[in-house]
Design a binder for this molecule. Sequence first.
Ligand SMILES: NC(=O)c1ccc[n+]([C@@H]2O[C@H](COP(=O)([O-])OP(=O)(O)OC[C@H]3O[C@@H](n4cnc5c(N)ncnc54)[C@H](OP(=O)(O)O)[C@@H]3O)[C@@H](O)[C@H]2O)c1
Length: 263
Amino acid sequence: MNIVVIGGTGLIGRKVVKNLRARGHSVIAASPASGVNTITGEGLRDALVGANVVIDLSNSPSFEDQAVLEFFETSGRNLFAAEIEAGVQHHVALSIVGTDRLAQSGYFRGKIAQEKRIRESGVPYTIIQSTQFFEFLSGISQSGSEGKNVRIPSAFFQPISSDDVAAAVADFVVESPRNGVVEIAGPDRVRLAELVRRYLIATDDARNVIEDPQARYFGAELDDDTLVPRANARLGATHFDTWFAQSQAESQEKPQAKPQVAR
Ligand SMILES: NC(=O)c1ccc[n+]([C@@H]2O[C@H](COP(=O)([O-])OP(=O)(O)OC[C@H]3O[C@@H](n4cnc5c(N)ncnc54)[C@H](OP(=O)(O)O)[C@@H]3O)[C@@H](O)[C@H]2O)c1
């Protein structure tokens, strides 16, 4: 297959590109760094010539509410115009479990807009809603930071490793479009505050975690189950301890690696 990965240089994007190339597909890793920009349109039409599948793994460079909304609306508009012109047969996008339940959050309003545009595009599609990546634990702890404390909701979540996300995305890409949502998650359902506490201890971060049922998650109130998937989600195999050991080993090999702070 000829596959274009929008955001092919990101955390998930580069792993998906590697995975699909290893399976023998012809893959373009498209991003502003490679001259393809879904906001300005630069390089987009040329990149999509002959593409069977487009995978959107891009993310907004800014997490300010209005900027996120504008990113996903503009990007989607330009992307689908180019996809329809190129005759793309399958659009695959990565979204987040619980997106439709999180409209109080500016970031999630951007994801809701992204999903709406996909559904209305006319291009056959699969929306993969993933739970939070383990790599995002540092971002979650930063978001709740209050000096020496970190205030974290007590709700459940079921985080997944980026390698398991990339493998799942690569599998769904070669299947028929679902014209709907599929969910993926990690193997363990735990309380947010509990795992953030374990993460801070593992990273020698002395901050104290305050578990607060009223604390908001990027602006949104949570019920216990807002962030967890339904019963038929595809589950990754990697547990927190395994992921943490692997990520430590990788960061020692590549000390210049960019920290993951984006959702
Ligand atoms: N973090 C989580 O826990 C989580 C959970 C579920 C789903 N998700 C979703 O997963 C997706 C990917 O996240 P990620 O963490 O892999 O992202 P990331 O590492 O921040 O990478 C973002 C990618 O988007 C590209 N990009 C930015 N502006 C662009 C533009 N104008 N045109 C084309 N590409 C552009 C970047 O390219 P450059 O490198 O060239 O700037 C980069 O390749 C996001 O949509 C996010 O909502 C995240």
